[in-house]
Design a protein around this ligand. Sequence first.
Ligand code: HEC
Length: 220
Amino acid sequence: MKNLPFLISGIFATLLFSWMGVVLGTQIQYGDLERSSSELDENGNILSDETLFPEPLVGLAQIGEEVYTEMGCSHCHTQQVRKKGMGSDFERGWGKRQSVARDYILQSRVLLGSYRIGQDLANVGDRDYDRNWHMLHFYNPQITSPNSNMPPYSFLFDYKKIKGQKSLDALDFSMDTSNLYKPEEGFEVVPTTRAKALVEYMMSLNQDYELPEMKFTALE
Ligand code: HEC
């Protein structure tokens, strides 16, 4: 084995080169990205008295991001709007512009996703759904979206007997015209903190801001 040192240095060099390509290259390209105002001043500096984007998640939405990760939602959903002309994200109304690296700088675990069994969720907070819609959809997607193949997350809710008054946060099933999913008379469905957090996270997902490097894309 007189070539052992040569072999080991070869392995080391291969690992070093790939590390430089993947980690160092990316760090040099994106490492100093920070939050930015939509416009820059004439010297190309951030306007610090304007709102800086992306804005951090606040309150329950932060916990919701963890629930989203734990539940593996990103196995079926992406959070990245593709460039106009690549796919039909714009035509489907999934966003006003393509997503760029700066949109993700505050995320410790970037939830880009790779498969789209369901819609892209980068801008789901901008769609016409209220909190009760999301709750019913998580409790059982068949209520809001018949024939959906999204799994129900009913374990994030408590099914319980109404004691005295109905709970203030009990789900409103008036949308369930099929009457198949409504709780029985005298019972109610109440979201747990994790369900509430997930819904707040959904409501806060919104890339509805322009960045110096990416303005809204015009639809013909
Ligand atoms: C097995 C794949 C699958 C998984 C896992 C999944 N979804 Fe879905 N999701 C879908 C499909 C398919 C649809 C479209 C039908 C519907 O609305 O239910 C959808 C729709 C949605 C919508 C409505 C989007 C819109 O614009 O109408 C939201 C919000 C959503 N999912 C959130 C989640 C969250 C949060 C999780 C994790 C807790 C999750 N999904 C897990 C497949 C999935």
